[in-house]
Design a protein around this ligand. Structure first.
Ligand code: AMP
Length: 123
């Protein structure tokens, strides 16, 4: 399946500076900011600056430089936030079944409390 990027999604608007965000880290190819509706004491979203819909779109099409920058950005945030000690969860919701609301790749970094089991069955 070929993904089509919608440049009107809310994270594209954040990247263009059209709506505000609380930035945690900005690198050449990536931006990390606070989730507006945090689900845990630490809830940070990390997005690539390029127009990628989801994780597999990014993994298949991004340059090595973009991928390296993105993964390193996640690592840097874990260090900045001191997450090594108690751990964290990294989530990349994708598509319909993954219940992805914003069609621009983002990983959620969640931490700061016990996060429960990995999946809750949808009713
Ligand atoms: P997902 O369901 O994985 O697509 O998650 C989208 C996430 O984006 C949710 O956790 C929202 O709370 C978050 N979100 C939506 N709009 C904004 C915004 N303007 N700034 C920061 N986070 C946002």
């Amino acid at each position: 399946m070929a993904y089509t990027y919608d440049d009107q999604n809310i994270f594209a608007k954040i990247l263009r500076g059209e709506i505000p965000n609380t930035t945690v880290l900005e690198t050449e190819h990536s931006l990390a900011f606070q989730d507006i509706q945090p689900q845990a004491p630490t809830h940070i979203l990390v997005i690539p600056k390029g127009p990628y819909v989801c994780f597999d779109h990014f993994a298949q099409n991004a340059s090595d430089a973009e991928i390296t920058d993105y993964v390193r950005a996640v690592g840097e945030i874990c260090k900045m936030e001191g997450l090594e000690e108690n751990g964290f969860r990294l989530i990349a919701n994708t598509g319909r079944d993954g219940v992805q609301d914003v069609p621009h790749l983002h990983v959620h970094i969640l931490a700061g409390r016990g996060l429960g089991r990995m999946l809750a069955r949808a009713e």
